[in-house]
Design a protein. Structure first.
Lengths: 394, 394
């Protein structure tokens, strides 16, 4: 069972924000948020009053929720009975009720409105994102564990990559290595319609293809029905092989990209890869509490421009992504976003992935990505696998 | 690119339903629905008027959408410009506009309402489910291909299972076999907060644990942060090892469960497994266009009761699932549902999974699941791997 003191701290920070907005209750429904605030991911909803202890309403499995969640738990057949149970607990029906507008489907939203017909609903998702952006020591330890595991997994890559083998055959072998380290398999993203399967195994021209995701990389994928990531393309010497993978362990995710090549890279791509390392160094040197994420984006843009690589930064043409990093934790797409317009300063204990990448249509993608913790005065690397270009003998 | 005639048929069937409800336009946003009606899954929205050709508005990647979707495509930086483009095309702003209430997040919904401030919005998701429930010959061929692939994958199971090996180690090896047959990895479910990673590898007591999913099975999983499917538990002789797996190929999914044992099953579990086969036979004998799904549920309940197994059917205690089958296709949880109250008759070309299972707390789960096509006068099996209990020598 998750430590109650840990959960209390999380709930208290949310309640501060609720009180600032005169919100009387928050019903947490999305599974990742539910886990964060209750310790369980069962079929349940967490009722958080503006002050005092939350109450978990659980449909299935009640028994597992009892073992996982330290909050009081009420077993229900339907969430429609929530108001009656709240009344029994001496809690009055909220007149201002927060919900997760960014992820909650309309049908569920209308369902809650029917159950609480007198409540004015409001969007509480910005508060959740802001609370979750600051990681506790408990969470940081789990993130570091995920970083270690992914270093272990990536240490197998060089023995998997081979000329003539398909991207998907290589990816499959890497996935099984990840699973054997207890990688959970399902990557969690918050953005609507966004998805990843482990990450992207990208080689040569196929790896330069953009995707629907709000990211720098895509990949050919298996077809229009799965248009991202590894494809049936076979690996060849001299092309960049970029692996952008998410590790998820104990619910916590790290994001890391490494670039490999069988033989050696063409000079221009090799140089571009060195520029991604230069961007990483320059950005990380600036990281400390107080700096604006937008400044870090500017740094990346400026170095790319100096090297005449701006047209290739984070994609190509109309598919260029306009950010060079993103927060990460229980979900891959958390704040802070390292992009123009994101001026709210970094804070100690934020965790983000920094991913400078250059995409060359017809040739491929090169880049580096690491996950970093903002410390009291700088940044600490969580994804500890070496950064260098990895050359595999032909 | 997907055949335009195939897509036209799908859109026409949706437009019939739109016209019946005096709906003037449907904006399709969810990625699976988008793929079904447009052939692409890029970052795009499909505007379907009540009559005439749809228009795809695409943010990213426009180039890939052009290669995948035969409808007219307009590249946009933001979907906010949709009304202006519609005006240019001579289409007037809709006064009654359908959206996918069951899956669309509130924030996206409010975004559309802002873009079309004079439109009355309505829930079009029931129409989509009803259109998608009838599979075309093209879709049936893909479903049969998925069934063949999963038979190939399951033919490897007996060589993977071994006393002392962990569920997750076995599951990982099975996953890599699936991936090498081009299994896409991401299982698609429509229900909110529902998820699966390939499916469930369940052994003994751990396999009898319920999950948050609306299904008969759960499994211990890796922890509260991933509370379903395979765990670190090791396999032992004499316990049921039930594999409930979804195959997804070319976007189309089949669902199949088989029961294995190292050595032999205790008599009571062996008998229970035979009863699941008996239920399957009895239900399938009844299947033809015109029969109500609720009748099929009644058949399953009645055979379970005759064998004094009703308390174990589809779970145990308050976690029993109240259905014995479900439609399947691009998503795992499609209509028809084989449960009480579902009286709308089966139609030719519906595809469903039938999954009678018995759960014994502390002992495990036994069951069978196959995916079936409703033909003109009966049912055809799509998941062709043999049904028998598979005994692996100790």
């Amino acid at each position: 069972m998750m430590d109650k003191v840990e959960l209390k701290g999380r709930v208290a920070r949310l309640q501060d924000k609720m009180q600032e907005s005169e919100c009387q209750a928050f019903i947490i429904i999305q599974n990742v948020d539910l886990y964060y605030f209750s310790g369980t991911m069962q079929n349940a909803q967490l009722y958080i009053p503006a002050a005092g202890e939350p109450v978990l309403f659980c449909r299935k499995s009640y028994q597992r929720a009892l073992e996982e969640c330290p909050w009081p738990i009420i077993q229900v057949g339907s969430f429609k009975t929530m108001p009656r149970h709240l009344g029994d607990l001496g809690l009055e029906a909220p007149s201002r009720l927060a919900l997760e507008y960014d992820v909650l489907p309309v049908a569920n939203f209308l369902g809650v409105k029917k159950i609480f017909p007198h409540a004015k609903t409001m969007d509480g998702s910005p508060w959740i994102k802001s609370v979750r952006a600051l990681k506790s020591p408990y969470e940081i330890a789990l993130l570091k564990n995920a970083g270690q595991k992914m270093a272990e997994v990536f240490s197998r890559v060089a023995s998997i990559i081979r000329t003539g083998k398909s991207e998907i055959a290589c990816a499959a072998e890497l996935e099984v290595e990840a699973r054997k380290t207890l990688h959970e398999g399902i990557i969690r993203l918050r953005g609507y319609n966004q998805s990843l399967f482990f990450g992207h195994f990208l080689s040569g021209a196929s790896g330069a293809l953009p995707s629907f995701n709000d990211g720098a990389t895509g990949g050919a994928g298996l077809g229009a029905f799965f248009p991202q990531g590894c494809s049936e393309k076979t690996l060849a010497p001299g092309e960049p092989i970029a692996l952008d993978y998410v590790g998820i362990y104990n619910g916590y995710q790290v994001d890391q990209t490494r670039t490999f090549v069988i033989g050696s890279l063409p000079e221009a791509l090799y140089k571009a890869y060195q520029v991604t390392l230069e961007i990483q160094d320059a950005v990380i040197k600036q990281v400390k509490p107080g700096i604006a994420p937008s400044q870090l984006w500017d740094t990346a843009v400026s170095i790319a421009a100096q090297n005449e690589l701006l047209d290739h930064l984070q994609g190509y043409g109309s598919d260029q992504a306009k950010f060079v990093g993103h927060g990460i934790g229980l979900e891959v797409d958390e704040p802070p976003v390292l992009a123009r317009g994101f001026d709210a300063p970094l804070l100690e204990n934020m965790v983000f992935a920094l991913e400078p990448k250059f995409v060359f249509p017809g040739l491929g993608m090169v880049g580096i990505e690491n996950t970093w913790l903002v410390t009291a005065d700088s940044a600490e690397k969580i994804t500890v696998f070496p950064d260098e270009l990895i050359q595999i003998p032909e």
